[in-house]
Ligand binder design. Structure first.
Ligand SMILES: *[C@@H]1O[C@H](CO)[C@@H](O)[C@H](O)[C@H]1NC(C)=O
Ligand SMILES: *[C@@H]1O[C@H](CO)[C@@H](O)[C@H](O)[C@H]1NC(C)=O
Ligand SMILES: *[C@@H]1O[C@H](CO)[C@@H](O)[C@H](O)[C@H]1NC(C)=O
Ligand SMILES: *[C@@H]1O[C@H](CO)[C@@H](O)[C@H](O)[C@H]1NC(C)=O
Ligand SMILES: *[C@@H]1O[C@H](CO)[C@@H](O)[C@H](O)[C@H]1NC(C)=O
Length: 471
């Protein structure tokens, strides 16, 4: 309980910037601190490093822009920066994604730490495992930041070498930001999460983070079940109901108690209009005429939890739910709001396609293991991959390790006990799909793509840690 104060004190008041999704760990750490003072220093340090150290911006103060109340058209992107796309890309997208357009979305700013992560963590894996046939990568940047625009121009020039298609979108600093005296970058990130629909045209938004590593080639089956979007959750009931956790603000925002913790997987695929509907619902529920008034009254918010819990209650059948927890179904349901219960059909295991690198410390490094195992299914194993000859890729059931663990291998969860065999079956089935799309030319698993990312990073004076000892 002293922690919050301690964090605020240790916080440099950066002029802006943020780290997407870091806020999820504030809660975990808070709860942990109750278990003793020993954790206190470690966690404060951890929080400082993860949550705020990376926020540092070098480009000084920001100008203010109107908040995004208007339709997205009024925020059209730099014409020089877009323009190139659409018909060709959409054709590929349509057939691969049931006729819907899809894009991966990262909300970031071009601060050194995030640019480093984008190249070395996200892009290196994306270029191997994300097929442009599924859709482009959209970066939502800060409109008022010249650094962000410059960064986008450079990345645009590298599209061809990296084999990826980028869309750059610029979000103005909202009016409400003038009231953000504490952690403005963090607040902006939270705020932005409720307005992605204003910047993205695609009907499906795959929300991800610059420090998410793809661990396997992504197939349409990882995204869709029929016309429904797959949702994974890994819920720690104690954390969900923690006093200063997300339960209360979620309840305040949508008028419904949380069913599960959805801040546990990437990408989080969400129908674009779910975000619109959720925002409108919040305003109606809170009886306010603009979102600023709602947002001001929702401290310690987890946007993905608000949006996906909204989806669970109000758009249930547009999504394919895969909820995991350590309790029995009966015990889990006993903690849900009266009249709400999940059933066995919503508990079926499903594979992850990323781990969250800043919170995943196990080795082998998942990109290395993911590459070697994928190669095994689509051709001959390179000599440097021989130790993966007989490895089952259980990293597909992990997301984070350590104290902030989110995974499906521990006692009571999907792959424990008798569940292990079903998880192995799902991993195998996934790689059979990978094989199929590899044959269709969706991925080539050519490490020269990674080398191209590393080269582009070096032009930004970024040296990515070595992953592969190439043959
Ligand atoms: C979104 O669609 C509109 C109208 O169809 C178009 O003008 C705009 O350029 C599109 N934006 C992106 C980022 O594709
Ligand atoms: C909603 O707010 C308006 C104006 O602030 C007020 O007149 C009205 O009674 C409120 N409605 C409810 C249901 O609280
Ligand atoms: C579980 O819920 C789903 C979706 O709400 C429903 O279609 C199904 O019939 C339910 N199954 C059982 C066993 O109640
Ligand atoms: C993998 O299994 C095969 C067949 O059981 C065996 O011949 C091979 O040596 C194993 N490879 C490794 C690296 O253990
Ligand atoms: C990289 O470092 C070199 C040498 O210190 C410098 O001249 C150059 O401007 C830097 N480039 C970037 C993009 O920071």
């Amino acid at each position: 309980m002293h922690r919050r104060r301690a964090i605020s004190h240790s916080l440099p008041q950066w002029p802006g910037g943020f780290r997407a999704n870091s806020y999820s760990y504030l809660l975990d750490s808070k709860l942990l601190s109750r278990h003793g003072l020993i954790c206190f220093c470690t966690i404060s340090l951890l929080l400082y490093i993860t949550l705020f150290h990376s926020f540092n911006r070098c480009d000084g103060s920001r100008q203010k822009n109107p908040s995004p109340k208007r339709r997205w058209q009024s925020y059209s992107t730099d014409t020089t920066d877009t323009g190139v796309t659409t018909t060709e890309q959409l054709k590929g997208t349509d057939s691969a994604t049931h006729g819907f357009s899809l894009t991966l979305v990262i909300r970031m700013a071009a601060v050194p730490k995030l640019v480093q992560r984008l190249y070395c963590i996200f892009l290196r894996s994306c270029t191997l495992f994300w097929s442009p046939k599924l859709g482009p990568v959209s970066l939502i940047l800060d409109k008022e930041s010249e650094t962000d625009h410059q960064f986008a121009r450079k990345l645009r020039q590298q599209e061809k070498d990296l084999g990826l298609k980028f869309d750059f979108l610029y979000e103005p600093l909202p009016d409400i930001a003038s009231g953000w005296t504490k952690h403005p970058g963090y607040q902006r990130q939270l705020w932005s999460s409720f307005f992605m629909d204003l910047f993205i045209n695609a009907s499906i938004i795959g929300v991800t983070d610059s420090d998410a590593v793809f661990t396997t080639p992504v197939t349409p089956e990882n995204i869709f079940n029929g016309h429904r979007l797959r949702v994974l959750a890994s819920t720690n009931t104690k954390l969900m109901h923690a006093r200063r956790g997300w339960y209360k603000p979620t309840l305040l925002a949508i008028g419904k108690g949380m069913v599960a913790d959805f801040m546990t997987y990437f990408p989080s695929y969400v129908w674009r209009d779910t975000i619109t509907n959720c925002r409108n619902h919040i305003m109606k529920h809170m009886n306010v005429s603009n979102f600023e008034d709602a947002f001001r009254n929702l401290p310690n918010l987890s946007p993905v939890n608000v949006i996906m819990n909204y989806a669970y209650y109000f758009e249930h059948d547009r999504y394919d739910w895969h909820l995991d927890f350590t309790e029995t179904l009966e015990d889990f349901n006993a903690h849900l709001p009266p009249g709400v219960s999940i059933n066995a059909s919503e508990m079926e295991p499903d594979v992850h396609v990323t781990i969250h690198e800043s919170y995943y410390k196990k080795r082998p490094y998942p990109l290395l293991q993911g590459y070697c195992i994928a190669k095994r299914y689509v051709g001959t194993l390179p000599a440097s991959c021989l130790k993966f000859d007989n490895v089952t890729n259980f990293q597909l059931f992990e997301f984070q390790t350590g104290r902030l663990r989110r995974e499906h291998l521990s006692p009571g969860t999907w792959c424990s006990g008798n569940g292990r065999r079903e998880c192995i079956r799902l991993i195998e089935a996934h790689y059979q799909n990978v094989k199929k799309y590899h044959k269709l030319g969706w991925y080539d698993l050519d490490l020269r793509r990674m080398t191209a990312v590393e080269k582009a990073a070096r032009q930004e004076n970024i040296t990515c840690p070595n992953i592969f000892q190439l043959d």
